[in-house]
Design a protein around this ligand. Sequence first.
Ligand SMILES: NC(=O)c1ccc[n+]([C@@H]2O[C@H](COP(=O)([O-])OP(=O)(O)OC[C@H]3O[C@@H](n4cnc5c(N)ncnc54)[C@H](OP(=O)(O)O)[C@@H]3O)[C@@H](O)[C@H]2O)c1
Length: 225
Amino acid sequence: MPAAQVCPLPDAISFEQGAAMMLKGMTVVYLFTRTTPIPKGATVLFHAAAGGVGLLACQWAKSEGIRLIGTAGSDEKCRLALDHGADACINYRDPDWVAKVRDLTGGRGVDVVMDAVGKDTFEGSLDCLRPLGMMISFGNASGPVPPVNLATLAGKGSLQITRPTLFTHISDPATCQQMARDLFDKVVSGAVKITIEQRYTLDEVADAHRALEARQTTGQTVLLV
Ligand SMILES: NC(=O)c1ccc[n+]([C@@H]2O[C@H](COP(=O)([O-])OP(=O)(O)OC[C@H]3O[C@@H](n4cnc5c(N)ncnc54)[C@H](OP(=O)(O)O)[C@@H]3O)[C@@H](O)[C@H]2O)c1
């Protein structure tokens, strides 16, 4: 590891939790605090809300007074997102999910979309935004987002769009350490709880990948030696 990216773990956080939370938790830190202003009371649409990043995002939003509307691929996953602090959760296997999100905002649209599902949700996500809203496209679990015609953003209400990665943020050592402190504070205070939903041994790594691909996992997964 480059020394500048090593973050000393507080005693209150176990190494297993540390292994589960750093990539996804630091992602949540930059999504909510370093990408676009998200004041208390703002509404965020977060796709795959029962996933690893998702369950941390639900808790982070709750602790900041941000309204989070989640989506997930089953009713059971939706219940899990709600249990972690999402204000509402829609099963996006329902083809009407865009209309449902808009209904939940009284037709206005959400302030920000956080979308790591990519191909399957990109177009619908733009339709969920209010005028001047911000699309944060940060992953492509369902496949790459097709090329975007910038004029589409004008037609849908002068939308903004960004495609960030964690590695840009943590390449500055001081920023990396500050982000880690912000994350640790949330976890040590109990506002964000790190639970581990799946444990695999290193020998079972192929099973872990198959489960991820089949959308069978929720929350955090760790490999143990
Ligand atoms: N840019 C960055 O800085 C950054 C940082 C961290 C992670 N990421 C990205 O964020 C995404 C989420 O990470 P994570 O750790 O939360 O992963 P995860 O727990 O595996 O969540 C991914 C979820 O995406 C949903 N999904 C929808 N369509 C899918 C498909 N065709 N195949 C597989 N999954 C599909 C599934 O949830 P449902 O069944 O509920 O749909 C799945 O559980 C990943 O794509 C990852 O690469 C980006």
